[in-house]
Design a protein around this ligand. Structure first.
Ligand code: KDG
Ligand code: MG
Length: 436
């Protein structure tokens, strides 16, 4: 019996559910794709695909502050197209959703496609009885070195936070601090939160309207090198230190910052300029040897084309969830490998446990793994998602469960309904909108 190679899936009038491939149907079929929106501590959008032989797969489609747009995209326009398709045709389904939609790219579309891709890899792993990393080529290392988010309003608070992270086993830390004269700065956990519940540093505040923050690049450029100098003096030269510029500088400002941080030997400077202007990375690169990481807001492999080909970056910051899933993440890293560029996948808590697991499997398998960002999910989140990952001695591992290793408790999920939450936005002192 042969499977029909590129057959169209079942139609509304087609009620036959047997496995007779001669009739033009697939041997195994997707029978449902449902969207679960839940908000334990924060909002998550999860896709659950079920096959006619009872296997289920999960995918993450969480898009911070725009969750319901992806949920509608999936339930209105993607789920109906999946019914009847062969769950094993991951690449074909990815191309069908990407090329077949005609309107390509963008965070909503790509988060939706990502969820389908992850769910299908999850199913394939469960059917093969293997964790997904085995299907991607097997482990290239024992576990993934991770970095945690250390932050403080002042140096004593920052030093405490660094010590706490080291006690938890982190072997690398991201450093974010308050800036004198600026009310609230991205990445500082202890700052008073303008609205909503916070279990850790989560920038999206619950509420119907985003919170306004302020920004002053000159004050930031003056202050940050003094912080890194103090951290190096306190903790010595060994500890890998990272920093996130969060898209706020012009190219020449970023070049200046990279240069002024060189004495402190950063592991990377992230998102030093807004990602839209990729040419700006050429200028930054010409002026500094501080390693650069970029791409958490990129949606496709194509967004990295110039940056990788011209070796303008050192780390790929893509997230499985916002980048179309596991399949494109593997492709971009294979391209990056030719240019000695490594991974640094985006792992904030707005990437759900499913999205995190997806990128852990990729990170474990690829040769050019760099580092993994890790913000532990809250205890409440863990009542909804059962995760098989382990974090031992600073190394993350996705676990050995078949598939992705994450399951969702839908009853628990239903007890945490969606709550509006928005990321803040920035204005300069004179009221001009600025990148947040
Ligand atoms: O939703 C926005 C967050 O994902 C982002 O602010 C986190 O920049 C981030 C990081 O590096 O983790
Ligand atoms: Mg970032």
């Amino acid at each position: 019996m042969q499977r029909r190679p590129c057959a169209a899936p079942r139609t509304d009038t087609d009620t036959d559910t047997d496995t007779d491939t001669d009739s033009g149907e697939y041997a195994v079929k997707i029978i449902s794709a449902t969207v679960i929106v839940t908000s334990p501590s924060r909002n998550f959008v999860t896709l659950k695909i079920t096959t006619d032989d009872g296997v289920t797969g999960l995918g993450d489609a969480t898009l911070n502050g725009r969750e319901l747009a992806v949920a509608a995209y999936l339930s209105e326009h993607v789920a109906p197209l999946l019914t009847g398709r062969d769950p094993h045709r991951i690449e074909d389904t990815w191309q069908f959703l990407y090329r077949g939609g005609y309107w390509r790219r963008g965070p909503v579309t790509m988060a939706a496609i990502a969820a389908v891709d992850m769910a299908l890899w999850d199913i394939k792993g469960k059917v093969a009885n293997l964790p997904v990393y085995q299907l991607l080529g097997g482990a290239s290392r024992n576990g993934l070195q991770t970095y945690g988010h250390a932050s403080g309003r002042d140096l004593p608070e920052l030093f405490d936070s660094i010590r706490q992270h080291r006690e938890l086993g982190f072997t690398a830390v991201r450093i974010q601090t308050a800036i004198p004269g600026v009310r609230a700065v991205y990445g500082v956990a202890a700052q008073p939160q303008a609205s909503g519940e916070r279990y850790d540093y989560e920038p999206a505040g619950r509420g119907a309207y985003p919170v306004e923050e302020d920004w002053d690049t000159r004050a930031y450029l003056r202050h940050l090198p003094t912080v890194f100098e103090a951290v190096r003096n306190e903790f010595g030269p060994e500890l890998p230190l990272l920093h996130d510029g969060h898209h706020r500088m012009t190219p020449i400002q970023a070049a200046k910052l990279g240069k002024s941080l060189e004495p402190y030997d950063l592991f990377w400077l992230e998102d030093c300029t807004p990602a839209e202007n990729q040419d700006s990375l050429r200028l930054v690169r010409q002026h500094t040897t501080t390693p650069l990481a970029i791409g958490e807001v990129f949606n496709t492999v194509w967004d990295f084309q110039t940056l990788i080909r011209e070796q303008l970056i050192d780390y790929v910051r893509a997230a499985s969830t916002h980048f179309g899933g596991i399949s494109p993440l593997k492709k971009v890293m294979d391209f990056a490998a030719q240019h000695q560029i490594k991974s640094g996948f985006h792992g904030p808590t707005d990437v759900s446990p499913v999205g995190l697991a997806a990128q852990l499997h990729v990170g474990l398998a690829i040769h050019n793994f760099g580092i993994q960002e890790y913000m532990e999910h809250s205890a409440k989140t863990n009542t909804v998602f059962a995760q098989s990952l382990t974090f031992v001695d600073g190394l993350l591992h996705p676990g050995e469960q078949p598939g992705l290793g994450v399951e969702i408790d839908e009853v628990a999920a239903a007890t945490f309904p969606y709550q509006p939450a928005y990321l803040p936005y920035n204005r300069l002192n004179d009221g001009t909108m600025h990148d947040w």
